[in-house]
Design a protein around this ligand. Structure first.
Ligand SMILES: Cc1cc2nc3c(=O)[nH]c(=O)nc-3n(C[C@H](O)[C@H](O)[C@H](O)COP(=O)(O)OP(=O)(O)OC[C@H]3O[C@@H](n4cnc5c(N)ncnc54)[C@H](O)[C@@H]3O)c2cc1C
Length: 280
């Protein structure tokens, strides 16, 4: 049996783009949007960066009409660690296809060694494109400033906690403090952000977002929740039933191990789920 099927099928839609699109269609039928991500990161040769770029374009072309053409990409797989020019050329090519297809591209945020560079490339792209958004990680000390700057610039932000292990010089380590920072950033985005995405499975933060939006009279149409494929599926249906926009991050592809590892590290229940599947 294929190792993806044994270990990771809860978190990854499949190996082929068609698998992801089918998952997107199933979500669409339930009133849930998707963002598709061809897994891959830390590419250090130009040929591989070109192949990752072409794959992202192919996904945009494959998504059928009626389903939002929304993808998430990691720029480290598009040449970010090779050269700025190469990365800009590759990502611009993806944004051109997205524009032609009426689609949107979210630049995922990776480890802190790439934060400033990712924002610099994003700001460069924003001079020419409106169909691109960024991710900010609430656990980083710098993020409240980055959120305010994004609001000032009218950038579309996905707010998450941050999935990478970072030192205390760069990031908060205590979950209580991370939650507090997340809520503060989410409030700024709800007040004045451009269609922000609140990306978390954390019930405390989901409830806080709902309560804050209600208190400040922020219409549910002005923001969206985002969650990862396979996590908290019952909660997806409740949010949609209650009138909130919800988008699921649908990863696919053969390079699933780093993504899968981050999910296991985040939550003991994820490990137990996988072990149960393996021994079943
Ligand atoms: C759509 C999306 C995109 C993301 N993009 C990025 C990115 O670009 N860069 C990046 O660094 N990170 C990204 N992340 C990952 C993110 O940074 C966190 O690592 C990840 O979401 C875990 O944090 P959490 O807030 O969801 O909850 P956790 O901190 O994992 O959990 C906190 C609490 O939430 C509840 N909870 C969590 N999971 C479940 C569950 N399955 N069932 C029931 N309760 C649960 C529990 O009460 C738990 O104690 C993304 C996350 C999402 C959802």
């Amino acid at each position: 049996m294929n190792p993806l099927t044994i270990f990771a099928s809860r978190f990854v839609a499949g190996e082929k783009p068609q698998d992801a699109v089918r998952a997107g269609e199933r979500l669409h039928a339930k009133g849930i949007k998707a963002t598709f991500d061809k897994l891959g990161e830390d590419v250090l040769d130009e040929g591989a960066a070109k192949r990752a770029t072409d794959a992202a374009k192919d996904v945009l072309r494959l998504i059928p009409a009626g389903i939002e053409r929304n993808i998430s990409i990691k720029m480290s797989s598009m040449g970010q660690e090779i050269s700025r020019d190469l990365c800009l050329e590759n990502v611009s090519g993806i944004l051109d296809v997205a524009k032609e297809k009426g689609g949107f591209v979210r630049l995922d945020m990776e480890g802190s060694k790439l934060t400033q560079d990712t924002l610099d490339v994003f700001h460069e792209l924003r001079k020419r494109y409106d169909n691109v958004g960024i991710v900010l990680q609430a656990s980083l000390h710098r993020t409240a400033d980055d959120v305010r700057e994004a609001v000032r610039r009218g950038d579309r932000v996905r707010l998450c906690k941050g999935a990478y292990r970072e030192p205390s010089a760069v990031a908060l380590q205590d979950m209580g403090e991370i939650r507090k920072a997340f809520a503060a950033c989410a409030h700024i985005l709800l007040d004045a952000g451009r269609y922000p995405a609140v990306a978390t499975h954390d019930e405390e933060l989901i409830s806080d977002t709902i309560a804050y939006a209600a208190a400040q009279k922020v219409a549910a149409s002005r923001f969206e929740f985002q969650m990862l494929y396979g996590l908290r599926r019952r909660r997806w249906e409740e949010l949609v039933r209650d009138g909130y926009n919800l988008r699921i991050y649908v990863p696919f592809g053969t390079h699933w191990i780093p993504y899968f590892y981050r999910r296991l590290r985040e939550r003991r229940e994820n490990v137990l789920f996988v072990l149960r599947n393996v021994f079943r």
